[in-house]
Design a protein around this ligand. Structure first.
Ligand code: KIV
Ligand code: NA
Length: 266
């Protein structure tokens, strides 16, 4: 398998080959992603919830992100490694650059992900990308904004809100983002955004029309405590190994079988 690169992700969008992204937090599971042919491994700050047991992603520190990113990188070979910028590392551009430098330099990430489309985020995206740190943007239900949203709520349901998210998508692309995660939004909005930008979109709870899909590993394996989120699917159900579950996710994303209507918001 040829290494997945930032330019090869864009080629996948152009050629209509769906991109498979999955989270990982340690080297052993990263190796499982690698073996299953997952295109992109994301060290998500979701680790604050599924690994640390917090109620949100907000307590995760940059040191913790660097630690997990470095561990995941040791389990990968051809899979592209993306790491989240944790809460408030975008407080100003200097902090965003420092965080990006550590996730790439110490963590061995090839790309960093940042939430939102506010002016200071656009400035950080530009500052990182001109310094050759590729950026994945993240719009819609951005979990670091949980208190502002008043919970983990679907975004962009009303036309005015949808138009704002569409504007943000164009803005993050113009600022230099090279990948775009769309989370928790109506199917039709994610479809419009995917058509409007030339960078690949990766959906989670955003319907089947994105250029790729991402899930949280613990949701895919059915081990996240509490109620399973509507947009996720337990791929271990009816299968006898972690590798079979991850391979099934890879197959269903590539074929378009996942997400099905029951995983989507309208
Ligand atoms: O932290 C995370 O796992 C994420 C994905 C859900 C996109 O940001
Ligand atoms: Na995240």
């Amino acid at each position: 398998r040829k290494p997945v690169t930032v330019p090869s992700l864009r080629a996948m969008k152009t050629e209509g080959r769906r991109i498979v992204m999955l989270t990982a937090y340690d080297a052993s599971f990263a190796h499982q992603l690698e073996m299953a042919g997952v295109d992109v491994a994301l060290v998500g700050d979701s680790l604050g919830m599924v690994v640390q047991g917090h109620a949100s992603t907000l307590p995760v520190t940059l040191d913790q992100m660097v630690y997990h990113t470095a561990a995941v990188s040791r389990g990968l070979r051809a899979t592209l490694l993306v790491a989240d910028l944790p809460f408030m590392s975008d407080r100003d551009t200097a902090h965003a650059l420092e965080a990006g430098a550590r996730l790439v330099g110490e963590g061995n990430a090839a790309m960093v992900k940042i939430e939102g489309g506010a002016p200071h985020v656009l400035e950080a995206i530009n500052a990182l990308s001109v310094r050759a740190i590729p950026v994945c943007a993240h719009l819609g239900l951005t979990p670091q904004s949980v208190h502002k949203f008043g919970g983990f709520r679907i975004q962009g349901r009303e036309e005015a809100a949808a138009a704002r998210v569409l504007d943000e998508a164009r803005a993050v692309e113009a600022a230099g983002a090279e990948l775009l995660v769309l989370e928790g939004m109506p199917v039709a909005l994610a479809e419009r955004i995917t058509a409007a930008v030339s960078i690949p979109t990766i959906g989670i709870g955003a319907g089947p029309h994105c250029d790729g899909q991402v899930l949280v590993l613990h949701d895919l394996l059915g081990v996240t405590p509490g109620k399973r989120p509507k947009f996720s699917k337990d791929f271990l159900q009816g299968r006898d190994s972690v590798s079979a579950a991850i391979s099934a996710f890879v197959d269903e994303v590539r074929s378009g079988a996942f997400p099905a209507p029951e995983h989507c918001f309208n």
